[in-house]
Ligand binder design. Structure first.
Ligand code: 5GP
Length: 128
């Protein structure tokens, strides 16, 4: 059942194709629940994407439909990747775009992991 208001999952999206091995990716972590790889257009010295293996459009879809084991496994993988990359000190940022206002481009839930430099403000100054 789709979560209310969300588009159905598109099996042709780029991250689904990476998961199926149809497109290459610079993968740095894989486990039962999650895969992590470098973003193709990095916006920081470290810019990694962590995605669940399951077919979820966005955080809302993931939170609504994933099992507790998937949710725990996924978020533990995000933190492990950051730790393994040596980002815990002096710190890093996670971000997930959900839907149109956030500019989500790829309709497979993912968390961006940024690090390697001071990351500045959370958002650019408000435009109203
Ligand atoms: P979103 O805007 O959906 O939160 O982020 C999508 C991210 O996916 C962007 O940062 C973009 O650079 C990245 N991306 C898009 N296509 C590819 C690809 O084919 N490979 C990889 N590794 N990253 C991609």
């Amino acid at each position: 059942m789709p979560v209310s208001g969300l588009p159905p999952y598109d099996d042709g999206n780029i991250f689904a194709r990476i998961l199926r091995g149809e497109l290459p990716a610079k993968t740095i972590h894989e486990d039962e629940w999650a895969v992590a790889f470098h973003d193709i257009a990095p916006q920081a010295p470290v810019h990694v994407l962590v995605i669940p293996r399951g077919r979820y459009v966005s955080l809302a879809d993931f939170a609504g439909k994933a099992s507790e084991a998937e949710i725990a496994g996924f978020w533990r993988a995000v933190a492990k990747v950051a730790r393994d990359l040596g980002l815990e000190q002096p710190g890093y940022r996670t971000l997930s775009n959900m839907g149109e206002n956030a500019g989500q481009e790829v309709p497979h839930f993912h968390v961006h992991l940024f690090g390697g430099r001071p990351l500045g403000r959370m958002l650019s100054p408000a435009e109203g």
